[in-house]
Each structure stands twice: as structure tokens, then as C-alpha cells.
Design a protein around this ligand. Structure first.
Ligand code: GLU
Length: 438
């Protein structure tokens, strides 16, 4: 069975960058009728919080990205310990004692000599005496010993990839303070949960190479890997610094429709056009990982606005009925009200403004030079209740009486009734006006 996971660390809020990963993994699982697991990578006890974990769930729920189960890495320490023991027994995990400063110095020296900054494995050449001396006043960290061969995989987005293990440092799996690092934890989880497909950002390509060897060392099955490109700003600038301002909760606050965001993420960076879908289920249609390119993907938060307006305009009355009822829109005019409002709002929060206009009437907007004209028009207003013929009948009568026509006839009347210079078709709006303040 296809099984995917979305594995955020609960050390911050989800942003558009993580969302892309979530959407891909979600769609792969759902399209295949498989399982989608939410995994909280909370091995760092200082930075991970319950509040962030709750916020992540809330964001995913808002989007409708439902998960089949939640797993937390903090509850699996025994498993990671056992895996580390197994690797140690097989000679694949070794203790090292360099401090961060010493490692940094080594890297600088290598770079100065034009060499790649790969860990030199000097921990493996320590004599027993040296080792014990270091151990006496330092905490050891633990590194996975890579087999120095080419690591190859068929990447679902990037195509055939191969990385020479000799060009990569042996990854640290356990820190000096005993904390298991993501690399080991993630591998154990992917093996134990039977993950079949892993999609993540291209910043993880090197991790993937080392993780493939660790999976093999633990006799696990290597999943299918795919790495999506990273998002950039509209001009191609790095987004990393701005991601804090592109948090999903901020987009939610701004009234962005979840389906607009999902529709964008399911297509952005692919050869298929972005189409606003009406439900999460429709997103699976034609979703194809191989349609995505390797080049960095431009993202412009402004694009979410027209997509949101489109998504709102495509809502059926059944989808919005509750909102309208809660605002106090009477059931018999709900449908007519929605038909005129849906194309005149940027976010759902603006519906209330239109209902207030219909319910209470607007403060008329009357230019001095139109005062007399509007006064004359007021005397010709047909009796309410108004129908969709009323506007035509009224404006015809006013035209007849005043001789005005075109814009000079219609605009002052619109402004008098709605307080605005533009808006919905007046013949459709007029029957909905419960009150006017002329
Ligand atoms: N917690 C990791 C991250 O957010 C997960 C990466 C992965 O998908 O393996 O980068």
C-alpha cells in the first residue's frame, strides 16, 4: 500500500514552503488510496513545543489535508536507541570527539587547499589511549560510517541521481548530549511505518544519499524518493528569509481560501496550468509528480488573491448557505443575494459588508450638482417590494422627467442607493435592498 508522510518539526509555524511538501505527499497517498501520516519531528526538546504541534494540525485541518495517523519522534527514543546499537554492532556507527570549533577549523583548512570540506574520519584513527583521554573530558558524538561508493536512485522529479559517498561527510546521528538527530530518527520511522514514497525539498538531496545507506544498513526497504525545487520570490530571490511572513495562519487571517492555496500548490512549478478546483478531492485529477521541474519555482503571494476571488465565485449556494444564515440573510433571498455578491468580493469577510448594505441601506453619496436630480428621482421611486424590473422602470421614469441619460442618469442613482460608484447589477441588487436612506 502507498504510504507517505509529512514530517514538519514543531519548532515554528507552517509556511508556503512546507505546504508544498505536505500537498505532494498528501496527493500521492490519496490518489493511490493509500495512507498519509503526519509525523512530528520533535527530537529537539528545546525548540519543539506542543503549541506549534497544535498550530500545525490546525493549519492542515483548515486546508482539509486530513491525515490517517499522527506519530511523534519524541515517543520513539527506545527504537532509535536500538537502531543505534545495531549500527554500532555492525561497525557502522563510530564515536568522534571533535568540538564544533575544531570541525570548523578543519573545514576551513580543506577549503583553503581547494578540497571539499568532508569529515576526514580522524576519529577512526585514534589509538585507544587517545580515545580514552578524549572521552575523559568530552562527550562523544556518533557518526554513521558511509560505504565509499556511488549512491544512486531514480528521483521522481529530478530523474536518475547519483552521489559519490566520498564527497559527503559521515553524518552525525547522535549528538554529544545524547540527542538523536533527524537523520537516524527519520530513517527508523520510514522503515517502521512502511513509507513507500518520500517527497521533500531539494535541500534534502544529500540527506537522501546518506539515508539510503542507513536504511540498507538497518535492513530496511528504500522508499521511492522525489525532491521538489524550492520556492523563490516573484523575482527569483530566495524566500527563506521571508517565509516567516508567509505562514499559513497569516494567509488564513488574510482571507485566502484554502482551496485557492491548494490548487496553486498542486500545480505551481509543473507543466500544467493552475486551475481553481472546487474540492480537495478534485486535486488528485491529473496530479503527476513527473510534471514538476527541477528549476526553482517562483511564488507570488499576490497570485493567491485572484485565485481566492475565483474560488469564492465558484462556491455553490450550499457551500455558503451556513455563512449567509449566520449573517442573518433570510432564506428566501439567500440565493439571489449570493448571486450578486459572489463576484464582487475579494474574501469571505466582505460578505458581511454587502449584507449590511442590503439590510440597513447605505449612506447616500450625492454630489451637490446632483442634489436636485436625486430629489426628483426620489419622488418617482416605485413602491416596494421591488422586483428585478424596478430599476428599469425607475430609471425610465427619471429619464423621462429629467431628460438625463447614460452615465449622468445611472451613476447618481447608484451612488444614492448604494453609497458606491460601482458594484453589482442594480436591477438585481435593488430587489434585495430592505431599506434605503434617501
Ligand atoms: N523534519 C524534516 C524537515 O522538516 C523532515 C524532512 C523529511 O521529509 O524527511 O525538513
Amino acid at each position: 500500500m502507498t504510504k507517505t508522510r509529512f514530517a514538519p518539526s514543531p519548532t515554528g509555524h507552517l509556511h508556503v514552503g512546507n505546504l508544498r511538501t505536505a500537498v505532494f505527499n498528501f496527493l500521492i497517498a490519496r490518489k493511490a488510496g493509500g495512507q498519509f501520516i503526519l509525523r512530528l519531528d520533535d527530537t529537539d526538546p528545546e525548540r519543539s513545543t506542543q503549541a506549534f504541534a497544535d498550530a500545525i494540525k490546525k493549519d492542515l485541518e483548515w486546508l482539509g489535508l486530513t491525515w490517517d495517523r499522527v506519530e511523534t519522534q519524541s515517543s520513539r527514543m527506545d527504537r532509535y536507541r536500538a537502531a543505534a546499537d545495531e549500527l554500532r554492532q555492525n561497525g557502522r556507527l563510530y564515536d568522534a570527539y571533535e568540538t564544533p570549533v575544531e570541525l570548523d577549523l578543519k573545514r576551513k583548512k580543506q577549503l583553503n587547499m581547494g578540497k571539499p570540506p568532508v569529515y576526514d574520519r580522524s576519529a577512526l584513527t585514534l589509538s585507544e589511549h587517545e580515545r580514552l583521554a578524549l572521552k575523559a573530558d568530552r562527550d562523544e558524538h556518533w557518526r554513521f560510517k558511509l560505504d565509499l561508493e556511488r549512491i544512486e536512485w531514480a528521483d521522481g522529479i529530478l530523474g536518475d541521481l547519483s552521489i559519490d559517498a566520498a564527497s559527503v561527510s559521515d553524518p552525525v546521528l547522535i549528538r554529544g548530549d545524547g540527542q538523536f538527530l533527524y537523520t537516524l530518527a527519520s530513517v527508523c520511522d520510514d522503515i517502521d511505518f512502511g513509507i513507500t514514497d518520500v517527497v521533500r525539498g531539494s535541500d534534502h538531496v544529500t540527506n537522501t544519499a546518506t539515508q539510503i545507506q542507513i536504511i540498507e544498513a538497518l535492513a530496511g526497504t528504500v522508499p521511492a524518493f522525489a525532491h521538489h525545487s524550492l520556492l523563490t520570490g516573484p523575482k527569483g530571490e530566495a524566500l527563506s528569509k521571508r517565509l516567516g511572513t508567509l505562514a499559513l495562519r497569516d494567509l488564513r487571517e488574510a482571507g485566502i481560501e484554502p482551496i485557492a492555496l491548494l490548487s496553486m500548490m498542486a500545480r505551481l512549478g509543473s507543466s500544467d496550468p493552475i486551475e481553481v478546483r472546487s474540492s480537495v478531492d478534485e486535486l488528485f485529477d491529473n496530479f503527476d509528480l513527473s510534471a514538476f521541474g527541477a528549476a526553482p519555482t517562483k511564488f507570488d503571494v499576490e497570485d493567491l488573491k485572484p485565485l481566492t476571488a475565483k474560488a469564492i465565485s465558484a462556491l455553490n449556494i450550499e457551500d455558503i448557505s451556513n455563512t449567509l444564515t449566520n449573517l442573518g440573510v433570510p432564506a428566501d433571498i439567500e440565493s439571489a443575494f449570493w448571486n450578486i455578491v459572489k463576484d464582487n468580493i475579494a474574501t469571505r469577510s466582505e460578505i458581511a459588508k454587502w449584507w449590511a448594505l442590503c439590510r440597513d441601506g447605505a449612506t447616500p453619496l450625492i454630489a451637490d450638482e446632483d442634489a436636485e436630480f436625486v430629489d426628483a428621482a426620489k419622488g418617482l421611486l416605485p413602491d416596494s417590494p421591488w422586483s428585478d424590473q424596478s430599476w428599469a422602470a425607475w430609471t425610465a421614469a427619471v429619464k423621462e422627467a429629467t431628460g438625463r441619460k447614460g452615465r449622468r442618469l445611472f451613476m447618481p442613482l447608484r451612488k444614492a442607493l448604494t453609497g458606491m460608484e460601482s458594484g453589482p447589477d442594480m436591477s438585481k441588487l435593488m430587489p434585495l435592498l430592505q431599506k434605503i436612506n434617501l
